[in-house]
Design a protein around this ligand. Structure first.
Ligand code: MTE
Length: 367
């Protein structure tokens, strides 16, 4: 998610907006990079590409001698090109945590209401191409995410609810109705996959904790542990990762808390032991490794909204008509096959979710 202060469609000397498709494609990426810290060759100078406050903080931090420490800690003593396959082979030995008490619940019954218009993505491909900034800004973090212990794990459900509760993850999952759903998944970077998630409807949890009339939004928060997630040492990101939905969105039938994928418990890199899955929104809404679910009256400011407010917003509904400021959203690249497919409004889920957004021409709902 490379963040530029000035959306590039504005940077046209004639003053009129230029659609991404009309621009010189060799100079502009087709997505696949949410990182505004990395510096691809086409990017602008770092000072221009980074929000000033973030840039200055980083400078101060580095000047304070932290640069050396960071370079040693963020860059691990092993390197994907050198050790990746070995580390990955080790990591793959057991997908589930040895103390996971929910293994017997998989595979869950598949819900036939959700069918696909494309083949499922190969499991290995999906498992080795991830966005999980807590473990680094590139896609090959699956082996680093294995550092994360997912048992014991607690999830605090709090805020404007009659029955707040801190759940042990096994107790939480065992108390819900698990089902498998085949969903399309579309990242804002214009890559896509189709995967079988296992999970439970958020509405089931909501009914258990009984929100009061003050609850207007649901705020989800990821763990914070800089010893395990070395990406969280990158102080220019607003850790911990936060996401949010309106109550109506959270109650929608499509919105699930994912606990597994491909018929087994969720591996760490996909967001074990509990992640959000909202397939009509860009992938960054699907927050991983959740430790807190809070019912609030204020709209939460989300991780990417804070990191790059001119490019990423709260709603993030998928719409091929509204381009990302720096690349087209008209089509997507399927992981594994590299097939290009046209992107669908709400990722093809308009029938389920379209009525929640009154104005399809309002860009706000799609940012
Ligand atoms: N959740 C957390 N906590 N940290 C992240 O960096 N990345 C998001 C989302 N959830 C992210 C996250 C983005 S940008 C995407 S596209 C999806 O996770 C990727 O999910 P996957 O790696 O399981 O395909």
């Amino acid at each position: 998610m490379i963040y530029s202060q000035e959306p590039s469609w504005k940077a046209n000397p004639s003053g009129s907006p230029v659609l991404e498709d009309e621009r010189n494609s060799s100079r502009h990426p087709k997505g696949d990079d949410m990182n505004y810290i990395k510096k691809p060759e086409w990017s602008m100078p770092e000072r221009e590409a980074t929000p000033e406050s973030v840039f200055l903080n980083r400078r101060k931090f580095l000047a304070g001698g932290a640069g050396l420490m960071l370079s040693q800690m963020v860059t691990p003593p092993y390197w994907p090109e050198r050790d990746g396959p070995v580390a990955l082979a080790k990591a793959k030995k057991g997908v589930a945590h040895p103390k996971d008490q929910t293994v017997g619940l998989y595979p869950a019954r598949r819900n036939p209401a959700f069918t696909l218009d494309r083949p499922l993505t190969d499991e290995k491909v999906a498992a080795e191409y991830n966005n999980f900034y807590e473990f680094g800004g590139n896609k090959a973090i699956s082996w680093l995410a294995k550092r994360m212990e997912t048992r014991p794990w607690q999830v605090e459900v709090k805020g404007h609810v009659k029955k707040p509760k801190t759940y042990d993850i096994d107790e939480l999952i065992k108390g819900m109705t698990l089902e498998e759903r085949l969903y399309r998944f579309r990242c804002v970077e214009a890559w896509a996959m189709a995967v079988p998630w296992t999970g439970f409807k958020i509405s089931e949890l909501i009914k258990k904790v009984e929100p009061t009339s003050k609850a207007k939004y649901v705020k989800f928060t990821t763990f914070l542990n800089r010893k395990v997630a070395l990406g969280q040492l990158q102080v220019w990101y607003p850790w911990p990762y936060v996401e949010g939905l309106t109550m109506k969105e959270a109650m929608n039938d499509l919105a699930i808390m994912g606990t597994g994928i491909y018929g087994h418990p969720m591996p760490q890199q996909h967001g074990a032991p509990l992640r959000l899955v909202v397939p009509w929104k860009y992938g960054f809404k699907s927050i991983k490794s959740v430790v807190s679910i809070e019912f609030t009256d204020k709209r939460p400011r989300t991780f990417w909204e804070k990191a790059g407010p001119s490019e990423y917003g709260f709603w993030a509904n998928i719409n091929p008509k509204f381009n990302h400021p720096r690349w087209s959203q008209a089509s997507e690249r399927m992981l594994g096959t590299n097939e290009r497919r046209p992107t669908l409004l709400f990722n093809g889920y308009a029938k389920w979710v379209g009525d929640m957004y009154p104005d399809m021409n309002n860009r706000k709902y799609f940012m």
